[in-house]
Ligand binder design. Sequence first.
Ligand code: NAD
Length: 365
Amino acid sequence: MKRRPFLQTLCGAGLASAFASAQTASEKAPAKKLGWALVGLGSLSTHQIAPALLKTRNAKLTGLVSGSPDKTEKWSKQYSIDAAHIYSYERFDEIIKDPAIDVVYIVLPNSMHKEYVIRAAKAGKHVFCEKPMANDAEECREMIAACKEAGKLLGIGYRCQFVPHHVEAVRLAKEKVFGQVKHIQANFGFQSGDPKQWRLRKALAGGGAMMDVGVYALQSCRMLMGEEPTEVSAIETKTDPVKFAEVDETVNWQMKFPSGRMAQCCTTYLFNGYNDFTAVCERGKFSLGPAYSYSGLKGTCSGGKNYLDMPDVDHFQLEMEAFSQAILDGKEFHPSGEEGLRDMLVVDAIYRSIQSGKLEKVAPV
Ligand code: NAD
């Protein structure tokens, strides 16, 4: 299939444009490399984002924001970052005077996303923010408003939207290759380790497995259905009420879509093994599992042809190239803050349903 018609068939203009941006970013010789600063030099920044920034064609690591001088000293040597572009959290706002930094990537605990997105926008920088976007939909609205007011782009780190397996799965759904998608099951969880980590503190994480990895399953359902859920019902259970006193351990939830179709999902901090989705269609089904890992995604399809047998890509390289290209081209970016807001409206309804024990409506955008 030729690239343009293929793109036009993708689910929603947003996803098509995201994929187009990703493709364009890796095809075009860039006029310039935008400078990216990382805020928070933890696990994701260390093992995924910084290495990906060594490969990006139109972006490079030019700034660091951290509370740990030991870390910044090591990083500045490893990535040749001059001391003039290294900031503590207290001095963060001084990036307003730093022309080497075009984009700020927020890679902090979830509850800190709002504050740093708003401060970055006020400092006149474009902002890329890790998922989950914030603690709730209200915070998402404030972040969107701040970036709009500053005239800066806000992108959310939904890396799967740039991964060919996911893009192709959305095409299979949109083009009804196996007939209409009738039902989706999507699950993502893992066995949580250290009981002292911030992910188990509500004040820092906003919630538990649902906020951390449940959002991947939720995203898959929204993308593959091609419509927004209107009602949810959810239950949460704990096997370890002490370790998970502040956040959810395992959540099962169901979503009703306007067409009457349903999706069923599970997210957990209790066990490994759930990392997949299956879309059951009129004339067969297709699945990804693992679906949300950084590499090694595996698809299966009914019939003889496996449309989802694709090579690995660097998810972080693609998302950062796409965001940089949108800035360089003066275009909108998807997944934007609105995409994060849509997810968070559903997450808010899921938490309300856990509390009320009833079906809850998803609030409008
Ligand atoms: P991490 O704990 O490894 O790193 C967090 C960083 O924040 C650390 O450098 C820590 O020093 C810093 N920090 C600043 N103030 C802090 C405070 N008060 N408490 C705790 N840490 C503080 O976490 P991570 O795994 O790198 O996750 C960071 C963000 O990235 C989270 O929002 C997470 O959801 C997201 N994430 C996304 C993906 C993905 O695939 N897109 C994967 C992992 C994590």
